[in-house]
Design a protein around this ligand. Sequence first.
Ligand code: IVH
Length: 707
Amino acid sequence: MTVSEIERIKQLREELHAHNYNYYVLNNPTISDIEFDHLMRELQDLEARYPEMYDENSPTMRVGSDINKDFVQVEHKYPMLSLGNTYSEEEVADFYDRVKKSLNEDFEICCEMKFDGTSISLTYEDGKLVRAVTRGDGVKGDDVTANVKTIRTVPLVLKGEGYPSSFEIRGEILMPWDVFEQLNREREAREEQLFANPRNAASGTLKLQNSSVVASRKLDAYLYYLLGDNLPCDGHYENLQEARKWGFKISDVTRKVKTLQEVFDFINYWDKERKNLPVATDGIVLKVNSIRQQKNLGYTAKSPRWAIAYKFQAERALTKLTEVTYQVGRTGAVTPVANLEPVQLSGTVVKRASLHNADVMANLDLHNGDMVYVEKGGEIIPKITGVDASFRISGTEPVKFIANCPACGNPLTRFDDEAAYYCTNEDSCPPQIKGKIEHFISRKAMNIEGLGPETVDQFYQEGMISNVADLYTISEGEISCLERLGEKSAQNIIKGIEESKDVPFERVLFALGIRFVGETVAKKLAKSVKNINALMNASKEGLMAIDEIGEKIADSIIHYFSSEKNRMLVERLRGYGLRMEISEANGVSVPEILKGQSIVISGVFTHHSRDEYKDMIEKYGGKNVGSISKKTSFILAGENMGPSKMDKARTLGVKIINEEEFLAMINDADVPDASTDADNEKTENVQAEVKNEPQKRTDANIQLTLF
Ligand code: IVH
């Protein structure tokens, strides 16, 4: 290797870092994409020839690797605290007055956007990115360095001078609105679950195991908080401006102000203007600017006294109701949907909103052509919250709930105590037939990959399926000659159908779609009755003797199996090889260490999804309950547990347990004393069962069917 080759590698790295910065941070490229690719290829070639020149922060490292790895947990040098939330100007004024009183000297406030993504802590040593860690439980988080390195706005090597030899910088990883919308369009086309909002998309992406997929998702990162012993200035704002010179993306809307009126002006301006920002924001963060003063003010147990978040009200928009249409679900329930003149709301265009049921519609006193208020809560699904009757043209008719099924024309029925209207023509009403099949193939039921609503519709239209058992009669040849579906898709679908034959009995039971038999009830039933024959022949009293099975569920089960058609369907499924009894591994009892305990789950989790924790609680004999009361045994708390829950827990003296403590509790119970043969056997069975646990969550997402 020659000296000039070494020099060339160094020069290329420097140049490419600079071009990345110009392009991604400044939005001002100085060379063409082709020239950039050319330089990158030259560097890649040189690095491939001279592996001794390996540098983990070379610009070539941004392309991501295919290696799968588990995340390692890393302890934060400084805990990652959250901010106290406020929702009104009075609370902001209280904060300002508290600071004023405590400091008793002049102070400045740094006003920033509150970015709505997933927080990250970056550690730099000697100007190089050495680690990127998620918030986790605030004390330790996941090491996601490989994934963060693919984010172009995160500098791998710092520019300029004056940065401390070692420091941390914290900020938010975000998926810009346009990237989020494009990603969801692609997922919709592939019939994959949609992300509910850019925050979920960003955090789901950051936790992917394959960093080349992360690289393709075009995440962004705004940094807003420096920590270290030798920061250049006493001012937080001034430090951020320095950090910008080192190559970080720092929001340019951040302002330093003095008076409370200036704080309000900032809040009011950005409450409206934020919809023009490229990324999601959900409030304003106010920070006392001087670090010396920050130290004087100190911290409460949870958050700094020198900073506070002001959360924006959910945005609402006024638009015209063009039509109310109706959707028929798999159970025959008919849901009214408001079709709207498209309107911009929190960065997306809203065209439809759910009206839930006839009562909600009646309470709104909705008239044809009304101007209605649409709101988005925390999530992306909009709702109609009111009508502005002053726009109503006199003589317009109230919207009347339909009397017949919009799909098959059958008269609708309303059952006692239920808000919904139903179409009872379950045998030949197309959306009910297709809905039942969609439920059957869904992730938590038979989890048949490769199949989605569109394909189910296609199979149904082609006359290939009219019930769930028909899925098992389809051949690869039949699928591959259909429009849109080639050989590869056909193979995948058939593979998915075949694999579903290994799905455990409790999920088969859930997949049947018996009314009121959700996931939890299906598990309870499977554990108790052990096989489908026992369930089919059970009496109402026998069913009601099972823990948590009440009259409504028992009646529904009896009703389901009283139908000859349903019994035949089950026989056909049994004939195709589906599991109709609990497997041995499932039959083995794990220690019921949570027996008799009522456990509330709250917050956002890092290691497993909420559903997975719910499953674990049930598996170990506990009961997952929705709200905190005196009877609650403990709260399994993740990140961002709501303040009202926190207060209630404190008032009632309910114990709060974090993810790690909970998992340790379960692990302790799962490690058997391997001193006898019987125990050894138990170990194997427990392990076999652990393999059957639901997959670890990669994407935190929500299925959006209506919108
Ligand atoms: S400062 C000690 N500044 O909001 C406080 N946080 O509950 C350090 N966030 O977890 C945080 N924008 O993820 C700060 N401009 C901003 C922010 C911000 C968003 C998030 C952050 C934090 C949460 C506060």
